[in-house]
Ligand binder design. Structure first.
Ligand code: ATP
Length: 416
């Protein structure tokens, strides 16, 4: 897509402006009275803040160095289209590329097989991925900058519709980038540039979490019948035990589907304890950790006569932090592998992006593991509200994951 020069100049101007972070506590206090006046203030803030954040990312996407000069390979386009399913961490489900909105038709050639399956190239080059993703960012920047000053409730409503559409446009950024990185991984320079690529992706996804959170929170404040104790996305009395229970059920059901059985999970903590947090974020993090533990235990005990030991989850309510520990006896992670577990696309499971080559259109809705995104993305979600994620392993025994969540909710969003 071609964008006018004036838009690119505007982008660079906005990309240099200072970002303003908000805290969970601020969002909660501000959103607890979603009057017309407050919604107007919120929209006016977003009208200024979102283009700054989006511009920074668009600029960075344009200036990435890592072996991106490679030209897209020319592939022969043949039919039928093989749908390439990728895992979307936002909604925990698969999506098929050809159905994704905003994917240029030219892109499809990277998603179809040649006459023979063994020449099928599932991943488009990173340079093309970055161009497509950057175009989404530029389109969103253009839409937000084109929106006039917000003066009244009617403007506020239109603005809300517009940013809702922006959020939808960016729905598939994570799987799209995963495809590009997967392709990059095959290049000779990938491991040389691993740190830089990793830091870029961390900044990129963290910023994305922030933008989506701000938009989602604003949109959600319009809900005329919000669930009890909910202020937008935030549950003011969230029970970490309850969220952990739901997340473990989801993880166990995937484990069942994959292996035909699943280890038990015991959860310890005070069931009456609650604190303000975003349940969807916590669900995602616990789900990823438990999924890893179940897989490790299951694979260790698969050929054994012994009963698989349960995964244990402990919820501790401290003054500063709520910490959730997920412990397993799945054999741990070798010390040499530990530095890699938080990097994107590091996985000891078979890469499903590669598996598509062999199995074509097998209709599997969700998978157990394989993208290597679970840990790095979960850590970003934890850090977004001032928490963190640590993994401690005892090779030959098991792994402990410590998920720290800031209980006070007063840390500002980290703004890459
Ligand atoms: N509890 C654990 N026990 C043993 N190994 C683990 C554990 N947790 C993570 N790992 C190792 O770290 C790797 C990366 O984990 P991560 O959650 O980031 O990705 P994944 O589970 O392989 O794929 P994805 O979560 O994207 O589907 C895993 O493939 C596994 O080798």
């Amino acid at each position: 897509m071609i964008f006018p020069k004036s838009l690119i100049e505007d982008l660079h101007k906005w990309g240099c402006m200072k970002q303003t972070g908000v805290s969970l506590r601020y969002m909660m206090e501000f959103g607890s009275t979603p009057t017309e006046k407050n919604l107007l203030i919120s929209a006016q803030f977003l009208h200024k803040e979102l283009p700054i954040r989006v511009a920074r990312r668009a600029i960075e996407l344009e200036t990435l160095p890592y072996g991106l000069s490679e030209k897209p390979a020319v592939l022969k386009v043949t039919f039928p289209v093989v749908f390439l399913r990728v895992f979307s961490h936002e909604n925990l489900r698969f999506s098929s590329f050809p159905r994704m909105p905003g994917i240029p038709t030219s892109f499809l050639e990277y998603l179809v097989p040649d006459d023979r399956l063994d020449t099928y190239k599932p991943s488009p080059p990173m340079s093309l991925v970055l161009r497509v993703v950057r175009d989404w960012y530029l389109e969103s920047f253009r839409d937000m900058r084109a929106f006039p000053e917000i003066k009244d409730t009617a403007d506020e409503k239109d603005f809300t519709q517009m940013i809702k559409a922006v959020k939808v446009r960016h729905n598939n950024v994570v799987p799209m980038m995963a495809l590009g990185v997967n392709q990059l991984k095959k290049g000779v320079h990938f491991y040389e540039n691993l740190d830089e690529i990793h830091q870029f992706l961390d900044r990129f996804y963290l910023s994305r979490i922030g933008v989506r959170n701000l938009i989602g929170q604003h949109v959600e404040l319009h809900n005329p019948n919000p669930p009890r104790h909910c202020v937008g996305y935030i549950h003011t009395k969230m029970s970490p035990m309850e969220v952990a229970r739901n997340a473990t059920e989801d993880a166990r059901s995937i484990c069942y589907r994959e292996y035909g059985s699943a280890p038990e999970i015991n959860i310890y903590g005070d069931p009456s304890f609650t604190f303000p947090y975003v349940p969807t974020h916590l669900h995602l993090m616990v789900y990823e950790l438990v999924k890893n533990s179940l897989r490790a235990v299951q694979e260790r005990y698969v050929d054994s006569d012994r009963v698989a030991p349960p995964v244990r989850i402990i919820v501790a309510d401290g003054i500063e932090d709520v910490t959730i520990k997920v412990s397993d006896e799945g054999g741990g992670i070798p010390r040499s592998g530990l530095p890699k577990i938080f990097t994107y696309l590091y996985s000891t499971a078979t890469n499903p992006l590669e598996e598509e080559m062999e199995f074509g259109t097998a209709d599997v809705p969700v998978i157990m593991a394989g993208y290597g995104y679970g840990l790095p993305i979960s850590r970003l979600y934890a850090r977004y509200f001032g928490g963190d994620l640590q993994i401690i392993s005892m090779e030959g025994y098991g792994t402990d994951a410590y998920l720290h969540l800031s209980r006070l909710g007063d840390s500002q969003e980290p703004l890459p």
